[in-house]
Design a protein around this ligand. Sequence first.
Ligand code: DAT
Ligand code: MG
Length: 143
Amino acid sequence: MTDVQRSLVLVKPDGVRRGLSGEILRRIEAKGYTLVAVELRDATPEILAAHYAEHEGKPFYAPLVEFMLSGPVLAVVVEGHRCIEGFRSLAGATDPTVAAPGTIRGDLGRDWGLAVQQNLVHGSDSPESAEREIGIWFADLGA
Ligand code: DAT
Ligand code: MG
């Protein structure tokens, strides 16, 4: 037996702009996970500084923050047994060029030759990250 988990998923500005929010939610629901919260939001520099704190100082950090501010994101809380690992598997590898076909990034993403990969989705990478990230995006939910 495993505990029910929650994961913080973001459809990034490229996904919203390209009209792929519904397709991405469809894949999450088709997998069997539950949508606990879904909200179209404008990120802020403060939210992103907290959300991406682990990447501060990396060469792609400033382009990443700029990209995440380039349009609305769809912030989603997903629930289900092992959904943190499960959504990472649905999302595929960070680099969309090598992400496996069948995954969100592999099927719907590509390299655009930019300083930061625009790879459609974010998903929490551990229970600790999920709790922290849900607290950042949905303070009223707790984690
Ligand atoms: P992930 O989103 O798969 O958890 P991450 O947390 O390592 O990946 O990085 C956050 C985002 O930053 C990632 O989705 C895309 C971008 N990124 C990561 N590594 C990169 C790199 N080497 N070059 C360009 N963009 C990168
Ligand atoms: Mg990450």
